[in-house]
Design a protein around this ligand. Structure first.
Ligand code: KG4
Ligand code: ZN
Length: 344
């Protein structure tokens, strides 16, 4: 098959992402974020995100076309994230994608956001082609999911996910209770640099033997967040200073430890020597280093696409649709809608 020219639209959370790919080649990847508007609330506000998408879509599409030197009329197909994500935010992208596909008279592909994160890897020029099966760990402010990918277009299995907060959300909430600004991930990272990760033994969620039987690949971070809050409160009540660096380092260690331990357990259980990382939390160097080190010790090759492809973006959505087209998949009918809990 010839290489399709695909425009992808991603609006599942706070990033308005427009990406253009030809086959497996990245042509442009524009991202407009409403993160600054959410900062004063300490987290993403759905209504604010939806309105920001509405405002950012048209200029973002124009910017992506300009960046790639592609004319709108030359686009072969339109792709859009239909879920999972914030309902209102998704709806804006789905509406825009339908309008674009209808007006251009081009096929429209509705795709899953999580599978899109996996497809991001295809656009990484510096890496060897992705081999299957592979285990994928996706960690962001909105999701924490462990998947087994036997085939990108036909066989992606959700092994487990968070039962409460997403990993990035936990970073944001703990940063807040330490008095650090939003988004909390980079702030905790900075504070942790001078701290001792073994200073405080914070809990590893769903890691006890009894939990592992039922929730082997699931995550829980709300207990950890509460443990940090309690620890800080006790120090303050005793009139002692809070060692922010040690708390940040110990908290980060607890999150990283449980993420990497469960991801490598999935690799071992399924006899899969490959682990792909994705999502904005991958910006965390401690997480990358721990995954690489412990992966190497267990014979697991860890793949980490460039950060611009790991955070939410439209290029990964276009890349997934491009794979679907090249594998002969028929386009979606216009009957689909935004589905905030869309399964993989
Ligand atoms: O994928 P992403 O850009 O957006 C969505 O969640 O949709 O991820 C953002 C999340 C935020 O929760 C942020 O605090 C977290 O990723 N994050 C980090 C780091 N950089 C960003 N978490 C831990 N360490 C970091 N260095
Ligand atoms: Zn995402």
């Amino acid at each position: 098959a010839t290489e399709p020219l695909v425009l992808g639209i991603e609006t599942s959370c706070d990033e308005t992402g427009i990406g253009i790919v030809r086959g497996r080649t990245l042509l442009s990847n524009t991202i407009a974020s409403s993160m600054d508007e959410h900062a004063r609330y300490g987290g993403v506000v759905p209504e604010v995100a939806a309105r920001a998408h509405l405002e950012a879509l048209q200029p973002s599409i124009e910017a992506a076309l300009a960046e790639s030197g592609v004319a709108l009329a030359d686009i072969d197909a339109v792709a859009v994230t239909s879920g999972p994500g914030l309902a209102g935010a998704l709806m804006v992208g789905v509406g825009a994608a339908k309008a674009l596909a209808v007006s251009l008279e081009r096929p429209l592909y509705a795709v899953n956001h999580l599978v899109g994160h996996i497809a991001a890897d295809i656009l990484d020029d510096d890496a060897e082609p992705l081999e299957y099966p592979t285990v994928a760990l996706l960690v962001s402010g909105g999701h924490t999911s462990l998947l087994l990918v036997r085939d990108l277009t036909t066989d992606v299995e959700l092994l487990g996910e968070t039962m409460d907060d997403a990993a990035g959300e936990a970073f944001d909430k703990v940063a807040r209770l330490l008095g650090l600004p939003y988004p909390g991930g980079p702030e905790i990272d900075r504070a942790a640099a001078s701290g001792d990760p073994t200073a405080i033994a914070f809990p590893r969620g769903l890691s006890r033997a009894s939990d592992m039987a039922k929730h082997r690949y699931d995550f829980s971070f709300s207990g950890l967040k509460t443990a940090v809050a309690r620890w800080v409160e006790q120090r303050e009540a005793a009139g002692e200073p809070v060692p922010v660096a040690d708390v940040a380092a110990s908290f980060r260690e607890a999150v990283v430890d449980v993420l990497v331990t469960k991801a490598l357990a999935a690799c071992r259980d399924h006899g899969v020597p490959r682990l792909l990382l994705g999502g904005g939390v991958i910006a965390n160097r401690r997480l990358r280093d721990t995954a690489l080190e412990r992966g190497a010790a267990e014979g697991v090759t860890v793949r980490i696409p460039p950060l611009s492809l790991c955070t939410d973006n439209g290029a990964m959505i276009a890349a997934l649709a491009s794979e679907l087209i090249m594998s002969g998949r028929q386009p979606s009918t216009l009957a689909f809608g935004a589905d905030s809990t869309l399964p993989v």
